[in-house]
Design a protein around this ligand. Structure first.
Ligand SMILES: Cc1cc2nc3c(=O)[nH]c(=O)nc-3n(C[C@H](O)[C@H](O)[C@H](O)COP(=O)(O)O)c2cc1C
Length: 222
């Protein structure tokens, strides 16, 4: 046992609000409930509620997870259901998704003791939609993506500084320039689980499973 163990044991969990979750009052599909919970998280001041963990697997089935920003959530009227994020195709996650276009997403909003988990196939958007997403990003993010070196070993800081400055100059000259490998992706969930923590540990869980164009719901043991 290390000295971390007692420290970890003493840390509070589910310390914030634990709103009631009336599973009898949920919509027939999960996007409406997700949007309602996201808006509540924003109103509750959850820091960066649009940050989510994206888990992928590589061609050998080895998993990786990392945090990404949620770009949009498509409902039934927007061609959904679909949760959108963007990746550089040459990054490890981009390569994972090319090899195995299936992923999981997890949101955690501690101020409300809430977790949402999804999994399903991931579909790349067309070049125009990806370019539009790219152009909406800030200059530093676009310059970085133009380099296309994310997650490769950094062995030459001076070379990186030079390349980054050149990418920024290129964007100054041509603000509409796009990294062609930038890819807007849509995860089309087959399963979405809403998890509401409770201080007494009688957590309330509800899973939506896709059944053709409809959804089945079931409660899960905590
Ligand atoms: C709050 C937060 C938001 C992030 N948002 C993004 C993002 O939108 N896109 C991105 O490529 N990386 C983002 N990152 C960095 C990724 O977690 C990751 O380090 C990077 O994408 C490389 O992942 P990969 O090597 O698995 O491809 C974010 C990290 C944090 C902590």
């Amino acid at each position: 046992m290390t000295d971390l163990r007692p420290l970890l044991r003493e840390l509070p969990v589910f310390a914030g609000a634990t709103p009631d979750f009336d599973v009898a009052a949920v919509p027939a599909e999960p996007v409406g409930l997700f949007r309602a919970w996201l808006l509540e998280a924003i109103r509750a001041g959850v820091p960066e509620p649009h940050a989510m963990t994206l888990a992928t697997t590589d061609a050998d089935g080895l998993p990786s997870a990392r945090v990404l920003i949620l770009k949009d959530v498509l409902g039934p009227d927007d061609g959904g259901p679909g949760w959108q994020f963007a990746v550089h195709a040459a990054s490890p996650k981009g390569r994972d998704l090319a090899a195995r276009p299936y992923a999981a997403l997890t949101f955690h909003w501690p101020a409300l003791a809430r977790q949402i988990r999804l999994r399903g196939p991931v579909v790349p958007a067309d070049a125009e939609a990806s370019a539009e997403d790219f152009r909406a990003r800030g200059l530093p993010a676009r310059a970085e993506a133009l380099l296309g070196r994310q997650s490769t070993p950094l062995t030459d800081q001076a070379g990186r500084d030079r390349d980054l400055a050149a990418a920024r100059e290129r964007l100054d000259r041509d603000p509409a320039a796009v990294a062609e490998a930038w890819t807007l992706c849509t995860l089309r969930p087959e399963r979405v689980e809403f998890w509401q923590g409770r201080k007494d540990r009688d957590h309330v869980r509800l899973a939506y499973d896709r059944d053709g164009t409809a959804w089945r719901t079931e409660r899960l043991w905590p």
